[in-house]
Each structure stands twice: as C-alpha cells, then as structure tokens.
Design a protein around this ligand. Structure first.
Ligand code: IMP
Ligand code: MG
Length: 185
C-alpha cells in the first residue's frame, strides 16, 4: 500500500464536496430538532467513522442532548464486510427510557447496524432511531430503513469525513473515491 504525502493525490473523484455535506447536515439537524423537541435525546456515535458527522450534526441541533460513543470492530483493514462485529468500547451511560439516535457514517451491507440495533434495543430505550450520513445503493433489499439518510451513494469504496481506508483518510473534509492504486500496490 502506498499513501501519498498529500492525501488529496490519492483521491480519484470527489463524490460529495465539503459545502454539500455541511448543507445537508444542516437540513438533517433541523428535521431532527423538530422530531425530538421535548424528548430526552441521546446521540450515540459509532467510533471512529461517525465522529466528524456526529460533531457537525450535534453543533447544528438546538435541542438538549447527551452524547455517547460506542466502538466496534467490523472491517479490519479490508474493504469488504466480514460480518463479524465486536464491541471494543461500550456506552458510558444507560439508555433505558431515553430516545436514542444512532449516528453512523455509512451503511454498506447493514450487518453492523443490525447487530447494534439488537444490542441497544434490548436495553429498553424509549425509542431507537437510525441516522446515517451515507447509504450505499445496492440491489438487495435492506432489512433496516434509517429514518435519516444524508446521501445515497453508488456501491464504491469511499473515504474522508471520518471514513477510512486502513485508518487513513478520515481527515479529508469531503467524501471521495480512493484511487485503486492505493490498495493494489
Ligand atoms: P456494513 O456492516 O457492511 O454495513 O459496514 C458498515 C461499516 O463498514 C461502516 O460503519 C464503515 O466503518 C465501514 N464501511 C463500509 N463501507 C465503507 C466505505 O466505502 N468506506 C469506508 N468504510 C466503509
Ligand atoms: Mg471503518
């Protein structure tokens, strides 16, 4: 694997520029603020991919809320889902009786989310709602329908704005497609 000294050189195509991301997040935030007004809301971010999205979303929400994080491992360094999910860090606070908004970076196969919904659902939240920045359009029907979706994207491997390849590229301010030379070399 060869990563260029200038991260931008490894990007084949910018799928979602920074200003488009921010404009869409503001829209999502105003919908979420309305939907959760007067409710005991907790944002649950999935580390590390959802971090950028979670903080930008939280900053745009004008309702009181708690923020908590969970870390799971699903992919290793590969670009394909293994289906194996492990909890590396659990929530700090109980979610019983709370309205939980699960904040994810991307839904690919949906395996990760299905597992998380099972675990969190068993803890007695008042409600459990999914908010994902990206959703990959795939032929097969998905079991989970997120209430809030930032963008539906083609089935390509993307990086940036929290999303990584081998832990790199999370700090790119946009969503881009990685050059295949990065993982074939
Ligand atoms: P799923 O279980 O297949 O839905 O995979 C979800 C997780 O895989 C996401 O939370 C990401 O961490 C990772 N992932 C899926 N697709 C991509 C991608 O295109 N780029 C980077 N990470 C991805
Ligand atoms: Mg990841």
């Amino acid at each position: 694997m060869a990563i260029s000294p200038n991260l931008h050189d490894d990007i084949e195509e910018i799928l979602i520029p920074q200003h488009t991301l921010q404009a869409r997040i503001a829209e999502l935030a105003s919908a979420i603020s309305q939907d959760f007004a007067g409710k005991d809301l907790v944002l649950v971010g999935i580390l590390k991919g959802a971090v950028m999205f979670m903080v930008d979303l939280a900053r745009s929400l004008n309702v009181p809320l708690d923020m908590d994080f969970m870390a799971i491992s699903s992919y290793g360094n590969s670009t394909e889902s293994s289906g194996v999910v492990r909890i590396l860090k659990d929530l700090d606070q109980p979610i019983a009786g709370k309205h939980v908004l699960l904040v994810e970076d991307i839904i690919d196969t949906g395996l990760t989310l299905r597992y998380l919904v099972e675990i969190l659902g068993s803890r007695g939240p008042a409600s459990l709602t999914i908010c994902t920045l990206l959703d990959k359009e795939k032929a097969e029907h998905k079991v989970l329908e997120p209430a809030y979706i930032g963008f539906t994207i083609p089935d390509r491997f993307v990086v940036g704005y929290g999303l990584d390849y081998a832990q790199k590229y999370r700090n790119l301010p946009y969503i881009g497609v990685l050059k295949s030379s990065v993982y074939s070399e």
